[in-house]
Ligand binder design. Structure first.
Ligand SMILES: Nc1nc2c(c(=O)[nH]1)N[C@@H](CN(C=O)c1ccc(C(=O)N[C@@H](CCC(=O)O)C(=O)O)cc1)CN2
Length: 130
């Protein structure tokens, strides 16, 4: 049997089209519903900046509002956890991504941070509680 070459680009485009239709249908059923996600970044690593730009563009392409929340490198773990708790509690935010690695001058427990995202909003699948 001949091998079949699978185009990652075509698969990605198909997934994006499906998601766009799902978002559109949700908004048709509830005109007031506006899906929103938050991408939380600590610091300013350029590799992370590239990936975040890609995520923001992808969200825009399917009709999801994406907010890029940039926290400074001197952000402490309690401050980051407080921010994540606020996003967990916000009825306006439906998905949360914490861009890894957390680029802080302070020590951070990566698992504690990713597990602080509500499982119901963990659209990245980093949470150990899932
Ligand atoms: N919150 C997250 N942070 C980080 C993740 C993540 O998934 N969630 N992963 C990396 C960075 N990153 C996205 O942010 C990411 C990097 C690379 C890839 C990937 O699939 N790479 C492919 C090659 C892609 C290409 O060059 O075409 C590969 O490695 O085969 C996905 C996501 C750390 N932070």
């Amino acid at each position: 049997m001949a091998a079949k070459v699978i185009s990652g680009t075509e698969v990605a485009r198909s997934i994006e089209n499906d998601l766009r239709q799902q978002v559109s249908e949700m908004r048709r059923l509830s005109a007031s519903f506006q899906p929103r996600m938050a991408i939380v970044q600590v610091g300013g690593r350029e590799d992370s900046n590239v990936y975040i730009r890609m995520k923001l563009k992808a969200a825009e392409n399917i009709g999801i509002l994406a907010e890029h929340i940039k926290l400074p490198r001197d952000c402490t773990q309690p401050e980051l956890l407080t921010k994540l708790a606020a996003l967990n509690d916000s009825p306006l935010v439906h998905g949360i991504i914490v861009q890894m690695p957390v680029d802080s001058i302070h020590s951070m427990d990566a698992h504690l941070i990713t597990d602080a995202v509500s499982p119901q909003k963990d659209i990245d699948g980093y949470n150990d509680h899932d």
